[in-house]
Design a protein around this ligand. Sequence first.
Ligand SMILES: [Zn+2]
Length: 391
Amino acid sequence: MSFGDFDLLAGLEEKVPARLAAAVALMPLVDHHVHGCFTRTLTRAEFEQAINEASPDPIPEFMTPFDSQLGFAIRRWCAPLLGLEPHAGADDYWAARSALQPEELNGLLLGRAGVEHWIVDTGVSPSGICTPEIMAELSGTGSSEILRLELLAETVAQEKDSPASFASDFRDALAGAVPAVVGLKTIAAYRCGFDIDWADPSARKVEQAFAAWRTASPGASRLQDPVITSFIVHAAAAYGLPIQFHVGFGDRDMDLHRSNPVLLLGLLRQAGMQNAPVMLLHCYPYHREAGYLSQAFNNVYFDVGLSLNYVGARSPEIVGESFELAPFAKQLYSSDAVGPPELHLLGSILWRRALVQVLGSWVQRGEWSESDAIRVAEMTAYGNARRVYGI
Ligand SMILES: [Zn+2]
């Protein structure tokens, strides 16, 4: 099955149902959690750093991130688009890649992801990352923006710096920002973890917490206080817009074990949260917990983005696990790509290949009909995201 001019389902032709394979290869995607791609030239060291999610340290001399599931996937799927053989060596790949200007490379790779709409997180990113508008331009598609709550709270704290009026200052700033975005995001996992008191704090508690935050680190803006974190999430929920939560896999800055989404139960059970779709992002290795929560709460959704790029050839196992407890109306596609456009493309390739293999095996065993498999693939690829984000 070819997708544009490259063989997306190479190696699977004989092994998967043909109608399902054709549908999954060609269906548009809504990438509901993604960042911009680089518009500047990278050194090889910068590129290798950008294909390692968890460590901020320089890559040691005895290893290269090309020797990883992601590195192998880049050499398998991106090399042919640069005129190389599949599995071309890392040095050959780097030479071919370096011969292209960033715009050429982005043009070559982004459009082939088959994404109809990028929902872009414009929060803190590496330098030289393009805007949602440029992403849309580069790939000839649409884009929307997500607002990070912590960033907004930090901006308000810096500008107004008033314990007494912080709560109302934040609410005013949120009201001003909401019309320009399709959703909000919290990185509580990175700042205080999910094992906090998620009660909606009183005005007095917010004031005290704000004063303590600002005196503990005068001039510094990083928000880590659990009371204020709970406050901004509850304030956001009042809008009924999707609220994305970073969950699981990320860089080592975060206490991974405190980002298990079952620690959000105390928040999810509250009446004030019920009208806001809660979007659990990436989730690995807690995607099974996320699947449970998406069955337990009508407003909880999840994806297995980011992890697929990093587990590469093991993607079918992760996608299979994501289709255990979760209702099919509760799953979305994301790449969580940031930086190299290889990541924006691979998210799509690996997800489509995994989906065809997982759903296809159930069709072949007679447990699912092929029409149902196609319908579920379409819900996950774009249907659920269009509904939840209203795009
Ligand atoms: Zn992410």
